[in-house]
Ligand binder design. Sequence first.
Ligand code: 5GP
Length: 203
Amino acid sequence: MNARNGALFVVSAPSGAGKTTLCKAITESMENLTHSISYTTRKPRPGELDSRDYYFIDEDRFRTMVAAGDFAEHAQVHGNRYGTSKRVLDDMVHDGIDVILDIDTQGARQIRAAYEGAVFIFIMPPSLAILEERLRNRKSDREEDIRNRLRRAIDEIREYELYDYIVVNRDFDRALSELRSIIAAERCRTKLLKSGWIEDMLK
Ligand code: 5GP
């Protein structure tokens, strides 16, 4: 038996705050921590791979999965639909694997309601001006998309109180180290321990 259940880390941020890079760096540098691969109806961007970055599916399949209750949470973001597989999540938690969910604030609310003990982390850009500059430097989005993302960023930042921790991504290494500390501490929570494991140990 695993000593403890896996911890669930929900990480949200406005697009351009550096969340994807931070989540990638953290899963590569910490043991027993994995990134949950979401389902999406969005088309892959250049360089993205199916089953690595997302499971890219069509609208019909997404609808069927929603109807079957396959998602732990799902939401519409920037006109596309995204969802997290409930089965994969529950299996990982049961197997003692810590999971990062890189999802938006709508999804975070749903996880908050369904998974007691999940940990909520918000990656904050140092300023809106820096966020805009980062979005423009990506060069992969059209002007209209950038404006939409900025508007959405403001709405998401206003939801900061949903989160247990705020990591300001001014300096990447510092933000990464803060994220690592949060995860390291949360992994030691008493509530993650499986009571059966303690009983076995004391036999
Ligand atoms: P992108 O399309 O740029 O990869 O992601 C756009 C937004 O969708 C990001 O804020 C990302 O966190 C969010 N997102 C990705 N996967 C999921 C998911 O499974 N559920 C929810 N609710 N949001 C997601």
